[in-house]
Design a protein around this ligand. Structure first.
Ligand code: BEZ
Ligand code: FE
Length: 287
């Protein structure tokens, strides 16, 4: 970037920011000013384009309400959310990688015992999910709290169905003393992020699709370990190489195996096809 001293307006704004009492805020505002001015100069931004951008950001704000956060969605599709996630959650080799949180987590989701079905009647083929939660030396992490959530077979989270009035395809479980966990849910399918707002129009204008590859969200917490927010993706599914929000990490792609009717791993008899996913998580000790 060119020296702001070459540009009197940039230098003047930065000089006035020197009175910002909080040093971190000062650093952020100075850097933002430098980058914004450089962007306008590099692109020779026109007044009409500047006003289009103002209108776009206004529409993003107007689309937000208690359940819809269009600014986070904008950050997600620009890859900013994943840059921030990556640089704040770097884990040592061998630990499970984190990925984007997304807007569809719900605090205080229903609690389930191990082995129960969290689907709540959501549409989709049943899926038995199981595995272990361990530390970096392979030691079991006992009794971790596991929050899971996902979209249904039609690509909607329960919170996107206003008339539903109850939770589906989400829940909170506690791993056993050996770090083992298991539950029934439905198989994850690819789904589009919401496109009925300005972010959808931006994707269209830039020739991008809105799809996320099939995934199941996990948030895992245990005393003495860093909280892990991640997904497990379905190997072989569509959009793994073009996730609309850049969240795929190869280490998070796993085999979801489709099984014929018969006796499932928990001993129950299934009259319809079902899937199994076995995935182990490795947590990073808290420092
Ligand atoms: C999600 O996976 O739930 C999600 C993430 C980012 C934007 C929209 C949805
Ligand atoms: Fe999701």
């Amino acid at each position: 970037m060119t020296d702001p001293a070459e540009h009197p307006i940039t230098a003047e704004v930065i000089a006035r920011l020197q009175s910002t009492p909080d040093p971190r805020m000062r650093a952020l505002m100075v850097s933002l000013t430098r980058h914004l001015h450089a962007f306008a100069r590099e692109t020779r931004l026109t007044e009409a384009e500047w006003f289009d951008a103002i209108r776009f950001l206004t529409a993003v704000g107007q689309k937000c309400d208690d359940t819809r956060q269009e600014f986070i969605l904008l950050s997600d599709v620009l890859g900013l959310s994943m840059v921030v996630t990556d640089q704040n959650n770097a884990k040592p080799e061998g630990c499970t990688e984190p990925t984007v949180f997304g807007p569809f987590h719900v605090e205080n989701a229903p609690r389930f015992e191990l082995g129960q079905d969290v689907s709540g009647g959501a549409a989709g083929e049943p899926c038995w999910v199981s595995g272990h939660i361990r530390g970096p030396r392979g030691e079991p992490v006992p009794h971790a709290t596991i929050d899971v959530w996902q979209a249904d077979a039609e690509g909607f989270y329960d919170v996107q169905r206003p008339g539903l009035g109850r939770h589906q395809a989400r829940g909170v479980l506690q791993a056993d003393a050996d770090g083992g966990y298991r539950f029934w849910t439905i198989v994850a399918e690819a789904y589009p992020i919401p496109t009925d707002g300005p972010v959808g129009r931006l994707l269209e204008a830039t020739g991008r699709h809105p799809w996320r590859p099939a995934h199941l969200h996990f948030m895992i917490s245990a005393p003495g370990y860093e909280r892990l927010i991640t997904h497990v993706f379905r190997r072989g599914g569509e959009y793994l190489d073009s996730d609309a929000v850049f969240g795929v990490r190869p280490s998070l792609v796993a085999d979801w195996v489709r099984r014929e009717p018969g006796v499932a791993p928990d001993g129950s008899r299934r009259d319809t096809p079902y899937h199994t996913l076995d995935f182990d998580f490795t947590l990073n000790p808290a420092t």
